[in-house]
Design a protein around this ligand. Structure first.
Ligand code: BGC
Length: 739
């Protein structure tokens, strides 16, 4: 078999160390596009003392922390003396102005950069990122990030620590709520859209913020789905399943990259020179700056890879970590390390230049340009933001079950038994990492009342203890109503950082409640509110219809009502597999072929007590209408980069207008290494009226056919491929293609 190698990427990984590979990951300033800025920064750096340079590499928290408490010392004095480059968690025009004024007292008047985790909307809360990713619509995703940037920048914030682009296969890991799910190809598309949304076309536009690709690298693969745990994987596994979203975010122009808490190839990412100087800066040409995760540089001591904080500081700067978040290792030791010759000053200079270049924000011209009270008052929580939040929330909902087309609710249904305290909880609709103004969240109960629905509301269970309550009242409401809608799921604090779970099942009491309600004889609509894939087998079997609404933010109630009554026909698809049992986790669709597939008979790869298949597969989601797919047809390519094209016709065969995500999966039938049984390599969201047909054509190029080897070389092997199209990762029709 002939092998074509393209894109040789990474010699230094094999060489082991940066110096051995001869690459120092230091950017060549002469290659800078903006010569004027370059000259300005060079002149400024000539005036800076070593202490002032190191100051630019220091980020300190204020007001509150998002991790273990850290020592910040007298930070007011430090800012006034030019020994702080950035602050996190300062927000609002008044507060940012106050700290910026302190920075303006420093000798060189270098402005502070204010960073914050603006993860899904700012004061106007948007769906959690995993929910937004269910839209499979890049315009939706970009719009959400743009609105978050507009509001956050109006509150004086310059930099968001988003997007998190870690691929996650393990639903026990609480942080899957912050990502785009389990697929690297899809994750890369989402990463690009989010970076574009946050940063816009031009960072000097005050409605944009710097973005931050995190957590570099491989954080989604923490062993056993446990926060802050180790990661262990081969380079081939990393390159083929985890790397693309980081690379895509960098290529989209992300200004910053955050290191991960975990180790990678046995070296903590925060001090991993192969990753930071090697792969990121040298190989990918990343020209922004890197920042550690919260306190992760000091934590290298806990990893037992540094003797003390000073040693951690030395390793960090040598590895290419440009700014340190929170533990003060750089602030305390970097000047000394340069003076005693342990760290060449060129590494500090490179880091400082990268940070100062964020002058793209225009802060040197006017350090207060993000401090505009009028803008803060009018932009934050504006009607435009609410409109965007509703648009995105509607498109984040996934219809999982719809027996006898019970949904949309017919207009005659006016009396609804609404059960479950999540229906009234503003707090829980915001999810974790929320900056939203909870007082302005529209709950489902609010929205139904506003719509004029005759609501018979009962809690049914206690949100705190989980125990069932008011059971006879709940059942009598169910009997009186035309329909029963019950909200079950997780609380906001059940998914997110430090919210890992060994059991991702929905509480037994909540599921029993659904069964009880179904026994009333009324069709029951289950609304699943959660921040990760969950297991709810009893409830989904008892329900007539199930909508996965995730946590949708400020417009939750309105979006859900619009979907319940069919004002918006749900179009979301799952970006992560929903397992049937905890024991299946990690469960993901792009598994590799084993030596004993199902066709091998009894001795095949499986469990004794649970099936292999999921409750709902990746890419799955129903609509109020139905779509019929033709068999895919192979067309010839252009004789150059496009090897072939695949055409599929999709017809709306139902009564409603609707949107469908047409998906393309590829299998390399025989390869020199084991390959997944299928991999998503294309998707297109289309809108069709009843009876309409759309023709969707996907190009087949090298980028869909190849794989990375252990040396990170991209390889395309000639041979036969199976190309599959359909509306989810299971229900597919295929055509062969030979390269
Ligand atoms: C998280 C990061 C976050 C940082 C700052 C850390 O605990 O892992 O994602 O950006 O805190 O809040």
């Amino acid at each position: 078999m002939k092998i074509r190698l393209i894109l040789p990427v990474l010699a230094f990984f094999m060489a082991g160390t940066i110096s051995a590979a001869g690459a120092d990951g230091i950017r060549k300033t002469e290659s800078s596009e903006d010569r004027e800025m370059d000259r300005f920064i060079s002149a400024l750096m000539r005036k800076m003392t070593l202490e002032e340079k190191v100051g630019q590499m220091v980020q300190i928290p204020a007001n509150f922390t998002t991790g273990p408490a850290v020592r910040t010392g007298n930070y007011i004095k430090a800012i006034e003396e030019g020994r702080v480059g950035s602050m996190l968690n300062v927000e609002g025009v008044a507060a940012t102005r106050k700290y910026q004024e302190l920075a303006m007292k420093s000798r060189l008047r270098i402005p502070l950069i204010f960073g914050k985790d603006v993860i899904h909307g700012y004061r106007t809360g948007f769906p959690i990122p995993l929910a937004e990713a269910s839209s499979f619509d890049m315009e939706v995703i970009e719009r959400a990030a743009r609105c978050a940037a507009r509001e956050a920048s109006a509150a004086g914030i310059h930099w968001t620590f988003a997007p998190m682009v870690d691929v996650g296969w393990d639903a026990r890991w609480g942080r899957v709520m912050e990502g785009a799910g389990e697929d690297p190809f899809y994750g890369a598309a989402v990463a690009r859209a989010r970076v574009k949304g946050f940063q816009g076309e031009d960072l000097s536009d005050t409605a944009t913020v710097l973005s931050c690709i995190k957590h570099f690298a491989g954080y989604g693969a923490v062993i056993a789905g446990k926060e802050y745990n180790s990661v262990d994987m081969s380079m081939g596994q990393f390159a083929n399943f985890y790397m693309l979203p980081y690379k895509a975010g960098v290529e989209a122009g992300a200004a910053t990259v955050m290191t991960a808490f975990n180790d990678f190839n046995s070296v903590p990412c925060t001090v991993n020179g192969d990753l930071l100087r090697g792969l990121l800066k040298d190989s990918w040409g990343f020209d922004g700056f890197t920042v550690s995760d919260y306190a992760s540089l000091g934590e290298v001591v806990n990893h037992r890879c540094a003797v003390d904080r000073k040693d951690a500081a030395r390793q960090g700067v040598m590895a290419g970590l440009d700014m340190e978040m929170s533990t003060g290792c750089y602030a305390d030791f970097l000047v000394e390390l340069v003076r005693d010759g342990s760290v060449p000053e060129k590494f500090v200079d490179d880091a400082v230049r990268r940070v100062l270049e964020q002058n793209r924000l225009g802060l040197f011209e006017d350090p207060f340009r993000y401090c505009n009270e009028e803008r803060e008052r009018t932009v934050i929580g504006s009607a435009k933001s609410r409109e965007d939040a509703l648009y995105v929330a509607e498109r984040s909902i996934v219809l999982l079950e719809n027996e006898n087309n019970f949904l949309p609710l017919s207009p005659d249904i006016r009396k609804v038994a609404l059960v479950g305290p999540l229906s009234k909880s503003r707090y829980d609709m915001c999810g974790m990492w929320s900056c939203a103004d909870q007082s302005r969240v529209v709950t489902l109960y609010d929205a139904m009342m506003e719509r004029g629905v005759d609501v018979l509301y009962s809690d049914g269970y206690d949100l705190g203890t989980g125990e069932l309550k008011d059971t006879s009242l709940t059942m009598s409401y169910a009997r009186q109503a035309d329909a029963v809608v019950v909200t079950i799921g997780e609380r906001a604090e059940n998914s997110g950082e430090m919210r890992c779970r060994g059991d991702i099942s929905i509480a037994q009491e909540q599921q029993a409640l659904v069964s009880m309600l179904a026994a009333s004889g009324k069709p029951v609509v289950v609304l699943l509110m959660c921040g990760r894939p969950v297991i709810f087998n009893e409830a989904r079997e008892a329900a007539a219809s199930v909508l996965c609404t995730w946590w949708l933010g400020s417009e939750s109630g309105n979006a859900i009502c619009n979907v319940l009554w069919g004002d918006y026909n749900p179009s979301g698809k799952l970006p992560m597999t929903f397992p049937l049992h905890n024991g299946q986790i990690p469960l993901y669709y792009q598994q590799k072929s084993t030596g004993r597939p199902e066709s091998s008979g009894w001795w095949h790869s499986r469990y004794q007590d649970i099936p292999n298949g999921p409750a709902y597969p990746f890419g799955y989601g129903l609509s109020y209408t139905t779509f019929e797919y033709s068999a895919p047809e192979l067309l010839s390519g252009d004789g150059e980069d496009i090897h072939a094209k695949v055409k599929v016709c999709v017809r709306n065969t139902g009564k409603y207008a609707g949107e469908e995500v047409v998906q393309l999966y590829v299998r390399d039938d025989v390869a020199s290494v084991t390959r997944p049984v299928k991999e998503l390599k294309g998707f297109r969201k289309i809108a069709l009226g009843p009876g309409e047909v759309a023709e969707v054509v996907f190009d087949i190029t090298d980028s869909q056919l190849g794989f990375y080897d252990e040396r990170l070389e991209y390889i395309v092997e000639p041979g036969r491929f199976t190309l599959m199209t359909g509306g989810d990762s299971v229900h597919l029709r295929s055509v062969d293609f030979t390269l």
